[in-house]
Design a protein around this ligand. Structure first.
Ligand SMILES: Nc1ncnc2c1ncn2[C@@H]1O[C@H](COP(=O)(O)OP(=O)(O)OP(=O)(O)O)[C@@H](O)[C@H]1O
Ligand SMILES: [Mg+2]
Length: 312
């Protein structure tokens, strides 16, 4: 069963063509139930706008989407009772304790006290629950927001940059909570620009750039997509130069280890022959597993940028 499915979902801000911004452009993706799905993209690529449309705060200007297979205003309204979302740190009362803030939120949602304690426990705030919200660190504030999102035990949890601004310890705490929720079978859709974090936390990913999805799928697939190689030769300059000119290389960059090239095909023989033809003889050629970060940079900045870097 699909928790989320979008069909050419589109949002253009502003009516006047000259001033309008096409924030989300025909975006289609599927999030199956039980997935931890990372929605990755640089600043301004349309992540928050997409999430706003899913949770109903932003009206699409084109396309459509389903939540748990339901569509249309009534279907979506019913489906949203199974969805919890944390968009930004909500307006908690600064002078009230974390627990009392949750009681207020629970009152609105019609949730009882035992559930409040469960949610505090889940986010590791039981010990600090009686302290005032204003004394909380940013990490604790984010975790209280997560607790509030979990009050009505949603099946699908939508988080916009849950680890934004947190230090490594805070990021780890969020990662652990997401891990617990995933183990409980929840579907999680989170936006982020923390690539290493998404690679560790998420089972699936979509990469969005300028409002368009550039790739999506299982993290392992997306990472494996560009089959990359690590090359070494005595003359690194000549090697890098030759690889930049190689038509089968989608990106080339130099590292301390040697030259890393993302190849369009995994036919290594043709690379060796090509290089020999250029008078470059390899001392090392091995498959190279790119990190999600490297794939992301290849995709979002394009091969041209990384080549310019090498040339400069
Ligand atoms: N209310 C609005 N009116 C006009 N343009 C907007 C509005 N909200 C967002 N935009 C524009 O839409 C584009 C996408 O913005 P959005 O906030 O969805 O991106 P994002 O991926 O969430 O970025 P960030 O990583 O900075 O949070 C940007 O060009 C932004 O300036
Ligand atoms: Mg955003």
């Amino acid at each position: 069963m699909q928790a989320i499915q979008t069909f050419d979902l589109t949002k253009r801000y502003g009516k006047r063509a000259a001033k309008s911004v096409l924030a989300v452009d025909r975006v289609s993706f599927v999030v199956e139930q039980g997935q931890v799905f990372g929605f990755l993209g640089p600043n301004g690529s349309g992540k928050t706008t997409t999430i706003g449309m899913l949770v109903g705060t932003i009206k699409p200007t084109g396309g459509s989407f389903n939540l748990f297979g339901a569509s249309g205003p009534e279907g979506l309204m019913a489906a949203r009772s199974r969805v919890g979302a944390t968009l930004e740190t909500p307006n908690f009362y600064p002078y009230m304790s974390g627990r009392d803030n949750l009681r207020v939120a629970a009152g609105v949602k019609g949730v009882g006290r035992p559930r409040i304690e469960e949610c505090l426990e889940l986010v590791g705030l039981s010990d600090r629950a009686k302290h005032r919200f204003k004394t909380y660190s940013l990490g604790m504030k984010q975790r209280l927001a997560l607790a509030a999102t979990m009050l009505n035990d949603p099946e699908l949890i939508i988080l916009d940059e849950p680890a934004n601004g947190l230090d490594p310890q805070g990021i780890r705490e969020i990662r652990e909570i997401i891990g617990i929720l995933a183990e409980r079978g929840k579907t999680i859709f989170l936006s982020s620009h923390l690539l290493a974090e998404v690679e560790r936390t998420c089972s699936h990913v979509a990469i969005i750039r300028k409002g368009r999805i550039v790739t999506s799928g299982a993290v392992a697939e997306v990472v494996g997509e560009g089959s990359a190689v690590l090359l070494r030769a005595e003359d690194t300059d000549a090697l890098a130069g030759a690889m930049e000119a190689y038509p089968g290389a989608s990106s080339v960059r130099r590292t301390d280890e040697g030259v890393i090239a993302a190849l369009e095909s995994s036919d290594l023989g043709s690379v060796t022959r090509y290089l020999a033809g250029q008078g470059v003889y390899l001392s090392h050629l091995a498959p190279y597993r790119q990190s999600l970060e490297e794939v992301f940079i290849d995709i979002t900045s394009g091969a041209v940028d990384s080549m310019t870097e090498i040339a400069s």
